[in-house]
Ligand binder design. Structure first.
Ligand code: ADP
Ligand code: MG
Length: 291
């Protein structure tokens, strides 16, 4: 082959070849391992854990609300958390979401994201959604507008000024409406929904942001039996697609949705296993179930 043909060939190759950022090799360089390429900012679950807490401690005015707490959750898992009032369940969620900073301990999202390095808003952006006990939907807006707004708030002020629902987002909105059993109430004002429907709407708003991990604090409190059953159904459809951590007191609800149940007491894990296993545990009966 003549030199000019070789040169032309090399130039063509240059055009097709992907342009790698400086310092990166095609194999992924230092960030690659175990035949994966890790992208910074993405949750790395190759070690089988999406959430990892180790030896976490928090005191409030000398009172140990979280006491050497260690716990981890697998990707796609639906983990139920039970335990007496004051056990530290809500405080644990405050720590994971950056609302409360622990005095010591390790809190990781996947194997590479140290959550203690991030602020509350950044943690939400990383893909951890949280549902507080009380519904916090915008009562004056319709179901549709609430869901639409959930997308905008995730984009920041500048982007939301220019924001238009593209077709992927509208498909997603339609799918979520269905999942949260509100497809028939799209134009209904959120303030007119039942308590249970408001809770579903808020879960829908979280889902619009496609969280990898969802934390739900007493989601069925105050719901009717029918709403509770439909919420169980909803959570079972979310399992696998998202990782969920659900704090609840309603044992029949827990029975319907749970695989592994973690019992918290005095700020640490008292027992863990299937619901049958923890319900048969003498220590659990004493501090919680036997009341
Ligand atoms: N910000 C705070 N300041 C002082 N004490 C707190 C604070 N948050 C929680 N606590 C205390 O920590 C303990 C655990 O509370 P919490 O996490 O709300 O328990 P749970 O959700 O399991 O009922 C309780 O004794 C509570 O009073
Ligand atoms: Mg609580």
């Amino acid at each position: 082959m003549t030199p000019d043909l070789m040169e032309a060939g090399a130039q063509r190759l240059q055009k097709i070849a992907p342009v790698l950022p400086p310092g990166q090799t095609e194999s992924g360089g230092r960030a690659a391992g175990f035949s994966r390429i890790h992208t910074p900012g993405e949750v790395d679950v190759t070690h089988g854990r999406i959430l990892y807490l180790e030896d976490v401690n928090v005191s409030f005015d000398g009172f140990k609300a979280i006491n050497s707490l260690s716990l981890d959750i697998a990707p796609g898992e639906l983990r139920c958390i039970i335990g007496p009032n004051g056990a530290g369940k809500t405080t644990m969620m405050d720590i994971i979401t950056g609302k409360t900073r622990p005095d010591s301990g390790t809190v990781f999202f996947g194997s590479t994201i140290n959550l203690l390095d991030y602020r509350e808003a950044e943690i939400a952006q990383l893909g951890i959604g949280r549902k507080f006990q009380k519904p916090t939907v915008f009562e004056q807006l319709t179901v549709f507008e609430n869901l639409e707004l959930a997308l905008k708030t995730n984009k920041g002020v500048a982007a939301s000024m220019l924001f238009r629902l593209d077709s992927a987002a509208s498909d997603r909105l339609a799918e979520i409406l269905h999942t949260i059993h509100l497809a028939d109430s799209v134009t209904r004002q959120a303030g007119l929904l039942s308590h249970g429907q408001k809770q579903w709407l808020e879960i829908g708003m979280l889902l619009m942001q496609d969280p990898k991990l969802l934390l739900l604090d007493e989601p069925v409190a105050g719901m009717t039996d029918d709403e509770t059953a439909r919420t169980a159904e909803l959570f079972l459809t979310l399992k696998g697609k998202h990782s969920l951590m659900v704090v609840e007191h309603d044992m029949s609800f827990i029975r319907t949705i749970s695989d592994i149940v973690t019992v918290l007491c005095d700020g640490s894990v008292l027992a863990q296993g299937t619901l049958d296993q923890v319900q048969a545990d003498e220590r659990v009966i004493e501090v919680y179930l036997g009341r």
